[in-house]
Structure formats: structure tokens, C-alpha cells
Design a protein around this ligand. Sequence first.
Ligand code: URA
Length: 188
Amino acid sequence: EIIGVARSLSAIRAELGDCQRCKLCASRKNIVFGVGPEPAALMFIGEAPGADEDRLGDPFVGKAGELLDKMIEAMGWGRADVYIANVLKCRPPNNRNPEADEVAACRPFLDAQIRAVRPRIIVTLGRPAANVVLGRDVPISALRGRFHERGGVPVMPTFHPAYLLREPARKRDTWSDLKQVMAELDRI
Ligand code: URA
């Protein structure tokens, strides 16, 4: 990589190739790289593909994805306007949490995606994504609801849509987090 020059998303995807850098390659069906334009003002980062994503190769296309789409639409955008990625590009067996070696193997690709997308704001979804992006290891309640910073980019951690499906009462908090994001982007 030439210092200071971000690679394009297609170049990053090409480098990822038929990735065998961690053990998840043995059980995945598809690599779920991420979708969206470059640059994109807003970037969402989730945890890892689930069963639907593994089958289809795109992030957030199952039940949690339907709710994420609604959240994006409530913010006045469409899915095609934002970049959506995950910390891990391959599904962990039975949707278990990402393991440290998997995060370490995948992280250079997430970092490269962030540089390519050049988001004005990153929204992380759930505890693992927030902790990986911010280099912390704390509960989501200790992070959500205020901006943090990573490499000069404001980061708003919020709840994962799969958690919101189980705990709809937390949708109100999530909406308050997303309104802060809209305000920062001068959308309200
Ligand atoms: N959950 C995630 O964290 N990412 C997806 O792509 C789907 C569900």
C-alpha cells in the first residue's frame, strides 16, 4: 500500500481473495465483504455475518437487517446511501462471538474499508463491534449514547438490531443515538 493513499474497495476485496487467514474459512459459505458506495458519509459496522448473510454474501439481509433498513430509512436515507460492513467477514459457527484471532486476521480489511469509505461518522452495532472499533472491552451501556473517536472519525456506538428485536424497549435509546448522528451530519 502506498503510504497515505487509500486503496479502492474493489482492490481491498481483491486482496482478501478466497481468504484462508483464519479458521472461519472452513465453515463459511460466502465471504460477506460489505456493501455501499465509496465515499459514504455514514458507515455502519456490525459484528459478523449470520446464517442469511453467509448464504447470500451480503451484510444484514436477515431479520436484524430488516430492522437496520428501517433505522436507516428513519434517518432519511436508503440502504444504498450508506456503507455497511462487519468486523468479521465470515460467519462464526452457531453465531458465536468473534474470537481474538479471527478479529486480528480480519481487522486490516475493516481498517482498509474505513479508509476507502472515508465516512464522516461510524455507527457501531452492538458490543463486539464497538469494542473492536474503539479498542475497548466494556459493556455497550458504557459506550453508547455519546460520540467517541477513532482515527479522527466520530464513532457512535448503539445497540445491535438483533438485540432490539429481543428488547424493543431499547429502540427509544437507539433512536436517540441515531438522532445525534443526524444532527452531527446536519440532517436535523
Ligand atoms: N448481524 C451482524 O452483526 N451482521 C450481519 O451482517 C448480520 C447480522
